[in-house]
Design a protein around this ligand. Structure first.
Ligand code: NAD
Length: 352
């Protein structure tokens, strides 16, 4: 069964529903704050709850952006005025939260990676399908203006058949190594976005991965079985090859680049600058610095995600990335983690 969400969704074109959609945000951490702010400001959503067992974090967000703070998801799930949930909790809580939302008939966006394990991700897909709720994986990069343009032009055939893809993503500052058990680690957490983009851009299915990893930024990542630097190759069933280099520290800001190389040309979208002003002097030309982090670089795409979610809930339009897309990306990530541990290419089982 192939469930490839290939559609290109133009951000900002969604119809605004007649009544506001009651929404809860699960998880009041770094990305929970982004979502709580965007839900609060969005014309289609009404922020009703912010949930986090770290209740002080939930209270801080609720005081700033609205809604009721709670330590447990039960009140939000029992509240009939809540129709939508953004699951922004730690990766280790995603499965429980997605199953609870599906069971309670709440539409949801689940942050990536979909779950803490492949079995958990499969359970999320199955329960959402059984309940029929609108459900999406939080692959916000699909809604970035430039990435969406590369996808649209690739799918239009502008560069012919896709033969090779290259993705670089190096975050500005590393997370604390001790967060790895809750986040899933770099390959699952960061990789999920790019494994999804690669499948989306090729329209093909990943069949094999070979990955090597190292701890060059902070040796403590090894204590948690994680890496902070990695190079990966993925082979697709179309024959296309993709390479990925991931890192946890780029001293100059969010370092991110996509190249799609085809039989008729190449599309490239590179590092985003803070501005477009260059300083020319006798000995040098100085350009603006790159965006400091993913928050700034992809800020618009998180808002676009809500636009698309509202349109899916109210007008039956497609979500930007399905749960099956999340499962595919997770299957690549799990195989890549195994590849690093076993130092060999690993076949990717087709379970989506
Ligand atoms: N789409 C993106 O660009 C993006 C960016 C950052 C993080 N993420 C993903 O979002 C998730 C959260 O990441 P983060 O950086 O915000 O982590 P974080 O550690 O800052 O926040 C996670 C929060 O979830 C809370 N939590 C844990 N169990 C919970 C439960 N049972 N109920 C409610 N809340 C619970 C934690 O207390 C914490 O406050 C991760 O899966 C991560 O991969 C996605």
């Amino acid at each position: 069964m192939t469930q490839h969400s290939r559609g290109i969704i133009t951000p900002g074109r969604s119809p605004v529903p007649r009544s506001m959609i009651g929404c809860a945000v699960f998880g009041a951490g770094v990305i929970g704050e982004v979502h709580a702010r965007n839900v609060s400001r969005h014309g289609s959503f009404d922020l009703r709850y912010v949930i986090d067992p770290a209740i002080d974090r939930a209270r801080t967000l609720a005081q700033t952006w609205g809604g009721t703070a709670a330590a447990d998801i039960a009140p939000a799930l029992a509240d009939d005025t809540v129709a939508a949930v953004i699951i922004a909790s730690s990766t280790s809580a995603h499965e429980e939260h997605a199953l609870a939302c599906a069971g309670a008939g709440k539409a949801f966006i689940c942050e990536k990676p979909l779950a803490g394990s492949l079995e958990g991700a499969r359970a999320c897909v199955a329960s959402a399908a059984a309940s029929g709720v609108v459900a999406a994986t939080g692959f916000n990069r699909r809604l970035d203006h430039d990435y969406a343009a590369v996808a649209a032009r690739t799918l239009d055939g502008e560069i012919g058949a896709v033969e090779m893809l290259h993705f670089a993503s190096r975050g500005h500052k590393p997370p604390a190594p001790e967060t790895a058990p809750h986040s899933g680690g770099m390959i699952r957490e960061k990789g999920a976005h790019f494994f999804d983009l690669a499948a989306w851009l090729t329209g093909a299915e990943p069949v094999e991965v070979y990955a090597v990893g190292a701890c060059l930024v902070d040796p403590r990542f090894a204590d948690y079985g994680d890496v902070d630097t990695a190079a990966l190759t993925v082979r697709f069933d179309s024959g296309a090859l993709a390479t990925f280099d991931f890192g946890r520290r780029a001293v100059f800001g969010q370092d991110e680049l996509i190249e799609v190389f085809g039989s008729q040309g190449m599309l490239v979208t590179g590092r985003h600058r803070r501005g477009n002003v260059a300083h020319f002097t006798g000995g040098a030309v100085t350009e603006a610095e790159v965006m400091p982090g993913w928050h700034e670089r992809f800020a618009d795409s998180y808002v676009a995600e809500l636009d698309v979610f509202a349109a899916a809930m109210t007008h039956g339009e497609p979500v930007h990335a399905s749960l099956a897309d999340g499962l595919r990306a997770q299957a690549v990530a799990e195989a890549a983690v195994r590849s690093i541990k076993q130092n060999r290419p690993v076949a990717i089982e087709r379970i989506w």
